[in-house]
Design a protein around this ligand. Structure first.
Ligand code: WTA
Length: 556
């Protein structure tokens, strides 16, 4: 049996209403929870309406919806202003013929315009496809081509990475710089398109261990999950200033950077620019951030700066959450001993649409564990036949399906979608875990070759495919190598084509080739040249597992 951490950290008394949490554990019910949304009675659904317009109708138009902060810019917008801007963007999209169900991609840095564009697309009933700002040409092209996006909202800088000639479905490119100043023909026209709960909301591309990234499509019903997890896990209150550090191109950045906080009427923080410890602490001091959702790699980077935090007034901070990769107990102890706060780990996936395993603010934390199932969610640890294993044994982490946030489909790939449900009644995550007697779940790794570097999911196949496009590379096998800071780093093993000699320059050139065409986060940080790669005897498939074993042995 795997070892389980023995220490626990109790909730911080005073900052949370503990009795409410006790109650929700006992009586939570998805059906009742759904009724808290406006659409339950009217039957008219639109996530953009629920996140923004509804608050204006309810009299909160003057409340600050967002603070935007970048190296040389700082501005804030109220809910009324965000409503007006989403209306305007929506009308412009309609003028370009965008209709219900069309896929509209958004390729923008982390700015208010990125969030406004996503909501404008949703407001007129189309499906939003947000792309991470660091994606390069091929990553952008493959994603838009896969679900035949017709319109792209981008800016004059990022458009250079859009190879329009290779994206035949793309009819229109709009620049965020221009939309604001473009007049609309009919500014009284109703913008909100009323939809059904099953209508498409957002599509996020995500990596598995095989094939290209898949389009995970979510429906409007997932708002029920977003609203409830925002309320109970993020613990959003009216005077909170909430900061999620993820870009909306990733699911954490859309669900917990946009939908969940705004459904709960939070003031959110949008921060541009790259990670810099000083800027992060300064931002928290300046904007009096109360709630902060980030990832273990970021916490480890801040930890490595030692006492730097002492130079800043972080007294407004009351709630910290983490997601995306294993949260080491050392990190939890660091925050507890230095900031006086617990870090609440959360586990979920792009496909699950919302939190499934969480540490509610009022409950005991066991450092090393991801927490316990969210109320209304049942977890199972299964063997290879789909039978539930006894508590304490390691197996496949599965969840009783369905629940409101669960994906609607994988775009154009029913077989892939079905593969998540190979055990009757269960959603299989691909993660390995164990659950202790108290219900706490401990992450044990992946059952496939998916790489998790700094909380970002990287498919080895996509990186391998790019590597072998380089003229010097004959074959490639890509794995995640254990790394103290990033959790894993992308490492490639390659064989060279005849006529090419290994050299520092060549390896750097290959690395830059992936960086330039795919994205910086997926480019291998290490490349090792081999005479041959280990392969399966029968099919000749490259054995990534073997490569990983070697790498782990080297580290030990
Ligand atoms: C991993 C991010 C350990 C896991 C929301 C999962 C985690 C994958 C945790 C999903 C956690 C996510 N502890 N591992 N708290 N949270 N993971 O789709 O392997 O980008 O399957 O969703 O990240 O990554 P995705």
């Amino acid at each position: 049996m795997a070892s389980i951490a023995q220490t626990t950290i109790s909730p911080v008394k005073g900052s949370f209403n503990l009795s409410n949490y006790d109650c929700v554990r006992k009586s939570f019910d998805w059906e009742d929870a759904s009724k808290e949304l406006h659409f339950w009675e009217s039957g008219k659904v639109n996530a953009a309406y629920e996140t923004i317009d509804r608050h204006v109708v309810d009299g909160y138009g003057d409340k600050i919806a967002l603070h935007y902060i970048n190296e040389n810019e700082k501005r804030s917008l109220t809910f009324s202003e965000v409503k007006e801007k989403t209306d305007h963007y929506g009308r412009i999209l309609k003028q370009h013929g965008v209709k219900k169900g069309d896929r509209v991609f958004i390729f923008l840095p982390k700015t208010p315009e990125c969030y406004i564009s996503i909501l404008a697309v949703i407001k007129i009933g189309a499906i939003a496809g947000p792309l991470f700002e660091a994606f390069m040409e091929d990553a952008v092209k493959d994603r838009i081509n896969d679900c035949k996006g017709t319109v792209l909202i981008t800016d004059k800088d990022l458009v250079q990475r859009v190879q329009r000639a290779d994206i035949p479905s793309l009819e229109t490119i709009l620049f965020s710089e221009d939309i604001e100043a473009t007049p609309v023909e009919n500014d009284r026209e109703e913008v909100v398109e009323w939809l059904g709960k099953e209508d498409g909301l957002i599509i996020h591309y995500t990596s598995g261990s095989t094939g290209k990234p898949k389009g995970v499509l979510h429906a409007h019903r997932s708002m029920i999950h977003h609203l409830q997890s925002g309320k109970w896990v993020l613990d959003i209150k009216d005077d909170d200033v909430y900061w999620c550090t993820s870009h909306p191109g990733w699911v954490t950045g859309s669900v917990y950077g946009l939908f969940a906080p705004w459904l709960n009427r939070a003031t959110i923080v949008i921060q541009g620019g790259r990670f810099k410890a000083e800027n992060w602490y300064q931002l928290m001091e300046d904007l009096k951030v109360t709630t902060w959702y980030s990832a273990p790699t970021a916490f480890r980077m801040l930890m490595s700066q030692g006492d730097l935090f002492k130079n800043y007034d972080l007294s407004s901070l009351r709630h910290i959450l983490s997601v995306g990769e294993p949260l080491n107990p050392e990190v939890i102890h660091w925050a507890w001993n230095n900031l006086g706060l617990r870090i609440h780990d959360t586990w979920w996936m792009t496909e699950t649409g919302g939190h499934l395993i969480v540490n509610l603010p009022a409950e005991l934390i066991k450092p090393g564990s991801m927490g316990r199932p969210f109320p209304g969610i049942t977890v199972g640890i299964l063997d290879d036949e789909g039978n539930e294993l006894p508590r304490g044994e390691v197996g496949q982490l599965a969840v009783r399906a369905p629940w409101p946030g669960l994906m609607k489909e994988i775009w154009g790939n029913k077989d892939k979608f079905d593969s998540y449900f190979k055990y009757e009644g269960w959603y299989s995550s691909g993660d390995l875990a164990l659950q202790d007697e108290d219900g706490y779940v401990f992450f044990q790794g992946r059952s496939d070759d998916m790489i998790n570097s700094a909380g970002e999911r990287i498919g080895p196949f996509e990186v391998e495919s790019k590597l072998i496009e380089h003229p010097a590379v004959a074959e490639a096998g890509v794995i995640g190598k254990p790394d103290a800071l990033r959790g894993e780093l992308v490492k490639a093993f390659i064989t060279l084509r005849t006529g090419f000699q290994e050299s520092e320059e060549l390896l750097e050139e290959i690395r830059l080739f992936v960086r330039k065409n795919l994205s910086a986060h997926a480019a291998p940080r290490e490349i090792e040249v081999m005479n041959e790669l280990p392969k399966t005897k029968i099919s000749g498939k490259i054995l990534r597992r073997k490569l990983k074993e070697w790498e782990i042995q080297k580290v030990q």
